[in-house]
Design a protein around this ligand. Structure first.
Ligand SMILES: [Zn+2]
Length: 169
């Protein structure tokens, strides 16, 4: 920061222009909700990704945190909203995870990677219920995650462990 302040005349305009370019080029992937420079995003478009596994996360930061841990080889779905335990069913996360796992979509496993918070767990429970009748294995991150823990603040080792030890819902 100090570096920038010292060079505010020369470096700051360039930095702002660069940030603006990034902002203009970012789009939301219409398949998974990730934010990237392309739609579909790099993950959805990557043929090496396992199309049979879908990891559902609360927001984009969680997707990035999990993907940095490099253990999950499938694709993601960003809810972009979670069911608040306090607000009850008034504010529902979107219905796309069940839609994406419908018959003939080729998805075998849905990993619910919600935060270890009351809201996150309520959301996971809600989605698990909606997936009950579909022919998919529903798993959840093991909670070596601290209670109240938000995924994007977790170190990669903890995240990796939670993903490896995921269990059926
Ligand atoms: Zn995507």
């Amino acid at each position: 920061m100090l570096w920038l302040i010292k060079r505010r005349e020369s470096a700051l305009p360039q930095l702002l222009a660069a940030l603006d370019t990034v902002r203009q080029n970012l789009v939301e992937c219409r398949t998974c909700g990730n934010v990237d420079t392309t739609d579909p995003c790099g993950i959805c478009a990557d043929p090496r990704r396992d199309a049979r596994a879908l990891c559902v996360v609360e927001d984009v930061a969680d997707l990035w945190a999990l993907d940095r841990a490099r253990l999950f080889t499938g694709r993601y779905h960003v809810l972009g909203g979670r069911l608040s335990a306090l607000e009850g069913a008034a504010r529902r996360p979107d219905d796309r995870p069940p839609a994406r796992t419908g018959a003939g979509r080729g998805i075998d496993e849905v990993v619910l990677a919600m935060n270890a918070t009351l809201e996150g767990q309520t959301t996971a429970h809600y989605i698990a219920e909606r997936l009950e009748d579909l022919p998919v294995r529903v798993t959840q991150l093991a909670h070596g995650l601290p209670v109240g823990g938000e995924l994007d603040y977790m170190d990669e080792g903890t995240l990796a462990q939670a993903l490896r030890a995921r269990r059926p819902v």
